[in-house]
Structure formats: C-alpha cells, structure tokens
Design a protein around this ligand. Structure first.
Ligand code: S3P
Length: 450
C-alpha cells in the first residue's frame, strides 16, 4: 500500500448509469477476528471469504509472529493452526500493523495476559492514533506498556504473568476497546466483565461464543454487561466470512447519486450494530430495498438493491445511531451533498480519531468541491445542493485513509467536474478490488489527475 510506496493519484468523473451486481469483499472486522480467534484456538480453523486487504494481511503476519501457523490457500480460503489460549510465543521482530487500528488494538489485547513482550508499530496514520484507550484497561489485568507521548505507537506491551480478571466500563463507544479487554480476559482466571453504555458491533462476543467460550450479554440499567469466563479451551471452527456492509456502502451510495443507476449488492449482513447507514439512507428517501431477506449463521442477511434517487432530502441522523454506522459517515456526507436541505450528524466525536480526523478531512474536501460544511467537536452538518448542482473540480487529500479516498471518488461520479484524490493507495487496506468493481458497474475512475 502507498504508505510504504509512492502515492497513487486517482480521478473520478461523471459517468453513465451504474448497473449490475457488486460482489463486495469479506467483512474486515470479522476477518481480523477469524485470524485472531483461530490463532487462540486448538486445532485447525478454516476460513473462506477472508478479506485479503492489507489490514487483514498484516494481522495474519502478526499471528504467525506469535506462533500460529497461518496458510493462504488462495481465493480467500485460509487456515490457522492455533496455539491455544495462553499459548502465544514471544515475537522476535517488531509487529507492524500497517494502517489498522483494529489489528493493533485487538492483538495488544490478545497477548496482554501472556508472559511475553511485543513491540508494535504502524504507518504514519496508525502511529498518530490514541492507544491509551486500550492500554488503560489492559493495565488493570497487570499488563505494562511503554510508548511515545500521548500513548502513541511505537509501543511495547509487557504481558501480565499473573493476570487478574477485570470489570471495566468502556468510556468511549469502541468495539476495538471492548474487544481488546475481552481478548485479554480469555487468559485471566475467573470472570472478566465489560460494560458498554452504547452498543457497538458485537462480532467479538458472537464469535467467542462460536469458538466455545462462556460469554453472556445482559441488558441492564448500566448498559450492555458482557461477562466472559476466562481460560476456556477455544475450539477451531470453520468461518465463512460474510460480505462487508462498510464496503457495500460505496456502490450503494454511488448508485443513489448517479442518474439511472440500478445496482444489486448481494449477501450483506444487516446486523443491527452495523446497518445504521442503510436505515439513514432510507430515511433520506433513498430507493434502497432489501431483497431475499434471510438468516445466515445467526445473522440477518439481504441483497441490497440501490437505484438512482433524485429526491433525497437532508435529515437529522440520530446520535444514538452513530456507533452502528461509524465508518459510513464519510460516504453519507457525499450523499448528503446531493440531497436537498441540511443533513446534521451529531454524536460523532469518534470520527476525529479514525485513520484520519474524518470530519476535518471530509469538510476540507467537500468545501473545495463547492459544498458547505459546518462542524463542531462532535457534530457536523452538510448543506445539500440537490442532484446535478454539485460543482466538484477539486483534488482532495486522503490522509492515508481508505474511506476518505473512496468517498471522494464516489463524489466525483456525480459532480459537474471531476474530483481527484492525492492518493488512492490506502483503498487497498479494506477494499482492494474497489477500482475494478466500480469500473465494472460503469464508474470512470482513472489513475491520474488528467
Ligand atoms: C472496528 C471498530 C470500529 C471501526 C473499525 C472496525 C472493529 O472502531 O471504526 O473500522 O472491527 O472492532 P472503534 O472501535 O474505534 O469504534
């Protein structure tokens, strides 16, 4: 990816109707967790549909460094021979998690209660992100850490030799923090309790149960109280990774704003903790339907059908929905630019500490393309210009952030003039087939500023 190479400038320009079927790649969150839980299990975990984006490949490499045997069989089919809970070896090299906050935070958690040390680093984006949100709760288990000022990477974690179980109220809505504490709790004796006041994606809880851990979730006045019994023997599983709703967001949103489009995005998980964008788009008047609704692996799944929606209207996005669509706000802000009226997005402080400050990155780029954006510490508002009226014409900085790059390329599909990004390289972290997939639907994305 380009954080380790030359920037890849890309340009997107208005195109004819987007049509056809978009088979988006596997879910990034579930892909990381499949490799990590496979590495902590006994026996051979087999995985199909793994997202082979750079973030996940970095996690695969890290699991090998901790002693698991991880094999790529081609075509998204992988296997992991795990070392069992508490069986991690000490890596003899620095663990480079690239661009991935999920990778580094979950891996810190899963090694934090073993008597080993590991040093973590990443690219310029990851090395600027806050890690104290994970190392603070890990310290309660007896884990030590030393990093750069502000709790930033590179950072060494010294695992607790005699961990104690913890009870922790997660202070920010973060599935990564929740998951790091649960993974650390696996190798602590007794019951580790994690409480979240706002529900975040629950893949870790669901998958831990699937791998045989004793884990319960109770909804109480305090919030979601998750109780994990430590030191289980996790049993190897077969995981068929569902397709990623966060990647589906891009072809869906593009179809809504490009005239005459009609795109089918099959097999998308509609887990309530992930599907907030689709609810929001429908409230804005999007022609977005769920076809062939069914259950797969205990999760609601549907084929999404998105058609051009000329009469989108700006709305108030409920703050309590933020966690269920946290990665989708950048592309939502693009759709909001083509709506009539204002779209107000409150309760989104976490957007400031993602791969980039996503409010700032989108505000600067949208404004350069003729759209008015107002913002505060935890909210932003986009004033839509209506279909056909968005000027475009600017080059936007992607700030080593895949979702910022893809959002601006979607913008350029329906603006009066083309929209460029300075670097599309980071797209490979989560959606390596973005260009051919969007091109196959009819999008006009080129690799130059021309
Ligand atoms: C993720 C959690 C979210 C999300 C990220 C993936 C996960 O981060 O933004 O892309 O897989 O747990 P936070 O936990 O920081 O909200």
């Amino acid at each position: 990816m380009s954080s380790h190479g030359a920037p890849i400038p890309m340009t997107s320009r208005a195109c004819g109707a987007l049509t056809g079927t978009a088979q988006v790649p596997g879910d990034k969150s579930i892909s990381h967790r499949s490799l990590i839980l496979g590495a902590m299990s006994v026996g051979e975990t087999t995985i199909t549909g793994l997202l082979e984006g750079q973030d996940v490949l970095d996690t695969a490499r890290a699991m090998r460094a901790f002693g698991a045997e991880v094999t790529d069989h081609g075509g998204g089919s992988w296997s992991v021979y795990g070392v069992g809970v508490g069986g991690f070896a000490e890596p003899d090299q620095v663990i480079d998690c690239g661009n991935s906050g999920t990778g580094v935070r979950l891996i810190m958690g899963c090694m934090a209660t073993s008597p080993i040390s590991a040093t973590f680093t990443g690219d310029a984006s990851l090395n600027g992100r806050p890690m104290a949100r994970v190392t603070d709760p890990l310290a309660l288990f007896g884990t030590q850490s030393v990093g750069r000022s502000g709790g930033r990477l590179p950072m060494t974690i010294v695992g607790a030799a005699e961990p104690v179980p913890v009870r922790y109220v997660v202070p920010v809505p973060s599935a990564q923090v929740k998951s790091a504490v649960l993974l650390a709790g696996l190798n602590a004796p007794g019951k580790t309790v994690v409480i979240e006041t706002e529900a975040t994606r629950d893949h870790t809880e669901r998958m831990l149960a699937g791998f045989g851990a004793e884990i319960t979730t109770e909804i109480t006045d305090e919030g979601r109280v998750i109780t994990l019994t430590g030191q289980p023997e996790l049993k190897a599983q077969h995981i068929d990774v569902p397709r990623d709703p966060s990647s589906a967001a891009f072809p869906v949103c593009a179809a809504l704003i490009v005239p005459s489009s009609d795109v089918l995005v099959p097999n998308i998980g509609l887990n309530q903790t992930r599907a907030g964008l689709f609810t929001t788009l429908r409230e804005m008047g999007a022609d977005l339907t769920y076809e062939n609704e069914r259950e797969e692996g205990g999760e609601p799944v549907a084929d999404l059908r998105a058609r051009f929606s000329p009469d989108l209207k700006g709305i108030e996005v409920p703050a309590e929905r933020a966690a269920s669509m946290i990665d989708e706000y950048p592309v939502l802000s693009v759709v909001a630019a083509f709506a009539s009226g204002k779209t107000h997005m409150p309760g989104v402080k976490e957007l400031r500490v993602k791969e980039s400050d996503r409010i700032d990155a989108m505000k600067v780029g949208l404004e350069a393309n003729g759209i008015t954006v107002e913002d505060g510490p935890d909210w932003w508002t986009v004033t839509g210009l209506g279909h056909g009226n968005v000027p475009g014409g600017a080059t936007c900085a992607s700030h080593l952030d895949h979702r910022i790059a893809m959002s601006f390329l979607v913008l350029g599909m329906a603006t009066q003039r083309p929209v460029s990004v300075d670097d599309g390289g980071p797209i490979a972290t989560s959606f390596p087939i973005f260009e051919p997939l969007m091109g196959g639907l009819g999008a006009a994305i080129t690799r130059s500023n021309g």
